[in-house]
Design a protein around this ligand. Structure first.
Ligand SMILES: Nc1ncnc2c1ncn2[C@@H]1O[C@H](COP(=O)(O)OP(=O)(O)O)[C@@H](O)[C@H]1O
Ligand SMILES: O=P(O)(O)OC[C@H](O)CO
Length: 491
């Protein structure tokens, strides 16, 4: 009983990782699935593709391991993505509406005009933005034939991806979520720890369709679909799971994950910090009935800018080539890219902004584009870093722990340290999201060390120390600030 299976259901792929008793990854399986864009700004997933790839990768990762050797199952997932299914058949009534989907922007404006911004921020910690589940769920109830009546009759269930997977894995026995996923719905009061009846009423969401909210390490039922009886006992949204996987258990510790987007979370302990800088307040984790809060900065384009260099501009053949190209850039040229391809997230929250590039001359070529693309990720992180330090005096630990695919780029990590003026630490284990889910499941099952001991096992791969002078850093940040100002739609 020494292994732990973690399922990481992400935006573009499902992954499954098998960890040994010392929380070392021993086997990994990954499968991409299609993205659907039915209209500009809309993004959907086929729930059956989410389910099929999850099951496939779980079975692959377990291949050859006897069911008796797996002590626990943890689930971590793309957050906010919204599903509704029939409680009898288990069939979804529509495709999942993905977190990136902007279709409910007009509804959010309507809610803001009615004065909902303040109660939403005060109770849920979130901003009125289409990013979160609540307005997506309201859209489904409004637009799918017969959905409202069926929901009111108690026939339909809502869930984020974790709930849907738990429902399917337990064959309809458990309808539950964890506190971190609930915190992203815009329907959950993260101070009182309950669904907010008033917000649900305004959005037309019957309480009967909402999952039960449980601690991140606890009982989420048992599955027999992977061989034997496997206890599902760890659940967290992917960014919160990465916070745990990075062992950011102490207030003041911060991690930043660089995948398609970038999500930075700062542990603020038992403090619900109301951001004055348009960051989000969220639940980092709930363990043994106790909530730990976080401030979060969400950037929609990080590694995606490298994909754009590769697939949009065809300047590189692989993501890894971006570094050599950036290194060849002319140091005399100040080319700045603001990658507002789908608007700007924190701290600007401007859904109408679109990408822009500044400082082009006749001498500008692919190398300067590549450098500007990689640098844009560091500049955006700098915005979040400054906002966090403004918002919460406890943000004094001047080290950032990083993970995600883009952290493979040493050049980008060095530039990040330079622009933050602070060290950036990259761990040996970069599968921190799955590791966090595995730790939660192992914690509930009592087979892994407690938080302090687990934190001591965090191992540094490389520290990037800042090497840029203050004058040069400030000069560059002023260029970025000016570029953002000129890119925003409401100048
Ligand atoms: N060597 C590299 N340099 C820069 N970016 C990279 C490199 N390797 C991967 N990436 C970027 O990292 C992202 C993939 O990271 P990953 O953590 O797997 O993301 P996700 O979970 O969002 O799919 C891609 O957007 C890719 O462009
Ligand atoms: O699936 P990822 O890694 O792109 O993460 C998505 C986030 O959870 C969205 O909030």
């Amino acid at each position: 009983m020494t292994h732990i299976l973690a399922l990481d259901q992400g935006t573009t792929s499902s992954r499954a990782l098998l960890f040994d008793g010392s929380l070392r990854p021993v086997r990994i399986a990954q499968k991409e699935f299609p993205q659907h864009f039915p209209q500009p700004g809309w993004v959907e997933h086929d729930p059956e593709a989410i389910w099929a790839t999850t099951l496939f990768t779980a079975r692959e990762a377990l291949d050859g391991t006897s069911p008796g050797a797996v002590a626990a199952l943890g689930i971590t997932n793309q957050r906010e993505t919204t599903l509704v299914w029939d409680r009898t058949t288990g069939r979804p009534i529509h495709n999942a509406i993905v977190w990136q989907d902007r279709r409910t922007a007009p509804f959010c404006e309507e809610l803001a005009a009615e004065g909902w911004s303040e109660p939403v921020a005060d109770r849920t910690g979130l901003l009125l933005d289409p990013y979160f589940s609540g307005t997506k769920l309201a859209w489904l109830l409004e637009h799918v034939d017969g959905a409202r009546e069926a929901a009111e009759a108690g026939q339909l269930l809502f869930g984020t991806v974790d709930s849907f997977l738990i429902w399917r894995l337990t064959e309809g026995r458990v309808h539950a979520t964890d506190a971190t996923n609930a915190a992203r719905t815009m329907l959950y009061d993260i101070r009182r720890g309950c669904w907010d009846e008033e917000i649900c009423r305004r959005l037309g969401v019957p309480l009967s369709m909402l999952p039960e909210v449980r601690d991140c390490a606890g009982d989420f039922g048992t599955t027999t679909m992977l061989g034997g009886h496997l206890a599902i006992c760890g659940v967290a949204g992917d960014q919160q799971a990465a916070t745990i996987g990075q062992a950011c258990f102490a207030p003041g510790m911060m991690k930043s994950t660089y995948g398609t987007g970038c999500f930075a979370l700062l542990n603020t302990g038992s403090d619900f910090v109301r951001s004055r800088s348009r960051l989000l307040t969220t639940i980092a984790y709930k363990l043994d009935g106790r909530v730990t809060y976080a401030l979060e900065g969400s950037i929609f384009i990080a590694g995606a800018v490298v994909q754009w260099l590769r697939d949009g501009l065809h300047l590189i053949g692989t993501a890894a080539e971006s570094q050599a190209l950036a290194e060849a850039a002319d140091p005399e040229q100040d080319v700045v890219l603001v990658p507002a391809f789908t608007g700007l997230g924190a701290p600007y929250w401007d859904p109408d902004a679109r990408g822009a590039i500044f400082g082009l001359t006749r001498a500008t070529g692919p190398a300067e584009f590549a450098r500007a693309a990689l640098e844009s990720v560091a500049y955006q992180t700098h915005d979040l870093w400054e906002a966090m330090r403004r918002d919460w005096p406890g943000a004094t630990r001047a080290v950032l722990r990083v993970d995600g695919g883009m952290t493979a780029s040493d050049w980008t990590m060095q530039r990040l340290a330079d622009l933050l003026g602070a060290p950036v630490d990259r761990p040996v284990v970069r599968e921190t999201t799955a590791l966090g889910a595995a730790w939660l499941a192992g914690h509930a099952a009592g087979v892994v060390p407690g938080p302090e001991e687990f934190a001591r096992t965090w191992a540094l791969d490389r520290r990037f120390d800042p090497s840029m002078g203050d004058v040069e850093r400030e000069r560059r940040i002023a260029l970025w600030d000016d570029a953002v100002r000129r890119t925003l739609s409401h100048r």
